[in-house]
Every structure is written in C-alpha cells, then in structure tokens.
Ligand binder design. Structure first.
Ligand code: 5GP
Length: 122
C-alpha cells in the first residue's frame, strides 16, 4: 500500500491540523488522541512516511527505529503513567481496524485497563 500524504496524521505532522502535543523530537511526534478511550490516551507517530507497523519495521533505518521507540518511552513518562503502568497498542491493517494509514502507537493508562482483549466469542 502506497503512503497517502493526505492522511490525517501526515497533516498534523505538517502543521496543517492542530494536535495537543505531548512530545516531539527529530524522529517522532506524540499527541493526545482526539477521542480518548482511557483517562490517558496518547498517540506516537514517526516523522517518516510509513503506512503501518509492518512498513515501519521493514523499511525504517536503525536510527529511526531506535529514536521512535525512545520517544514512545519519553511520551509515556511525560504522560505520568510509568509508575502505575500503561498499555501500548498498535493496530496494523484491516483485521486490526487500523483507521489512519500512518504508523502509530497508542499509549493507554490512567486506570486499571482490564484484560487485553475480549475473549473470543464475547
Ligand atoms: P487506529 O484505529 O488507526 O489505530 O487509531 C486511530 C486513532 O486516531 C483513533 O484512536 C482516533 O481517535 C485518532 N484520531 C483520528 N483523527 C484524529 C485527529 O484528527 N486528531 C487526533 N489527535 N487523533 C485522531
């Protein structure tokens, strides 16, 4: 799948759309999700053009991979969830219901989050 430069996160990266910033460096931008699913719900996106986690893992340079995941940790720290715990989630592709075709990591926290997923059949 080719990268679509009109996707909403590309527009946030270009400053065309606002976002409530948590953290930014040369590799990543972290901001609050517009429709939070937990008391803390952050998103971290790489600055490079990657459609999905799989695309990022396959194509990003080692410095981008390392810089990105370091930024996820910094964002979690700034969100204040590292002591009590937090969950990282990545939706990759159709079965995972990935909505925005620019790789992103969700950071959830601020309460006890319950089981990872509903059990099959729930
Ligand atoms: P996905 O399902 O692709 O893993 O998650 C996309 C996330 O992006 C959703 O949680 C959704 O609420 C969030 N989102 C969609 N549009 C915007 C936006 O314009 N601004 C922000 N901050 N979050 C957005």
């Amino acid at each position: 799948m080719a990268y679509d430069r009109t996707n909403i996160f590309a527009r946030i990266l270009r400053g065309e759309l606002p976002a409530k910033k948590i953290y930014e460096d040369e590799y990543a931008l972290a901001f609050h999700d517009i429709r939070p699913l937990a008391p803390v719900h952050g998103l971290v996106i790489p600055k490079g053009e990657y459609v999905s986690f799989h695309d990022f893992a396959a194509k990003a340079a080692p410095a981008e991979l390392a810089g990105f995941f370091r930024a996820v940790g910094k964002a979690a720290k700034l969100l204040g969830v590292t002591d009590d715990g937090f969950r990282l989630l990545v939706n990759n592709g159709a079965d995972a219901h990935q909505e925005v075709p620019h790789f992103h990591v969700h950071i959830f926290g601020g309460k006890s989050l319950g089981p990872m997923l509903p059990r099959s059949g729930d």
